[in-house]
Design a protein around this ligand. Sequence first.
Ligand SMILES: *Cc1c(COP(=O)(O)O)cnc(C)c1O
Length: 423
Amino acid sequence: MKEFFNIDERLLKIGEQALEMAQPVFKHIEKTTRYNQQKVLSAFIKNGVSESHLGISTGYGYSDRGRDTLEQVFADCVGAEDSLIRHNFVSGTHTLTVMLFGVLRPNDTILCITGRPYDTLIGVLGIDSDSDGSLAQFGIGFEQVDLDSKGEPDKEEIEKRLRAKSYKAVYIQRSRGYSLRPSLTVEKIGELVSLVKSIAPDTLVLVDNCYGEFVETTEPLSVGADLIAGSLIKNPGGGIAPTGGYIAGRHDLVEQCGYRLTAPGVGREVGASLGHNRELYMGLFAAPHTTGEALKTAVFAAALFNKLGYEATPSYDAKRADIIESVLLKTPEALIAFCQGMQKGAPVDSFVVPEPWDMPGYDSQVIMAAGAFTLGSSIELSADAPLREPFAAWLQGGLNFHSAEAGIMLAAQSMIDKGIIKF
Ligand SMILES: *Cc1c(COP(=O)(O)O)cnc(C)c1O
């Protein structure tokens, strides 16, 4: 590292110690990666993926065998009956929107049991205001059960609500998003699904699976969730898919989502792949490995910043359910120095200096570090931070650990340069 980057000798030494600390955790991550990678390979083989599947369709995209086969391959990878995995989903939020509009009908109510949903879902659900086009405007109700004081789902309250009223669906967000609550393991999601189904067997369980794919050896479908959805510029796109999303789970529900993605009566039979099949296949094939690299990056960052005297959550050796790490940097100066340093280690736009900025939808300024091949991709090393207490940087991604390791080291070096970290 010191041959290529200007890094303090003492920081290099601490970096080596952090790497040493992380080794047993890396071993565990590699076991998961190995299992998931071989699971994905076997799904490719089972479905007879061939060169002809990597071709291009245009226009309506009827009989696009590559597209249809990919949906079966992906379903097998996540333990689903069926899936939609397409570049036509423009983002994670769009994908989740299609899932919700796909299965909910006027006068239905959805109950979120993991507290307030991710920021961009607020407008979709119409939670704070009747945003134009929201589910609320279509007569679909939303209710939420707050997390308990430890940031865990409040099972007692969930049970009470389910006994008092009938809900069409329950919504679970697996990842912590930009909060400090723990992310939900598949095992914990399983406990919630069992609770829901024991009281209300017909209530659907829909999971926002963003950032969770391939972190464990199973996905929420294997513990009884009905649908999962996520973004292809996060884990399951492997850093190769240029855009897109997926919905997977029960066949009849996936069909309903298809009617919302395109048009009722037309559904999933259309949608030209325009040459993206190859990138989506390659991305899915790379996804378990890339997710493992992102996990190693998070673990290393936690270990390094612990050694530098900062709290990081989850702790480096905690069981993980997503790829997010947050480092509590305590002051705005530290947060800015951290993000600016990380940007210096990006393969693209390393020379850019990120600055805090007023962003629509946020109540404080936000600073972001991202130098990615795909705009907005957060399976590539990136960090976001609102400039408010507790001045935490949420970091995620890393296409390969060895380059992301340098990015993390440069973040710490930048804090040394600014006199924030002193030895
Ligand atoms: C990223 C994310 C979303 C939304 O995805 P976008 O692609 O940013 O629209 C929703 N929920 C969670 C938990 C996420 O991490």
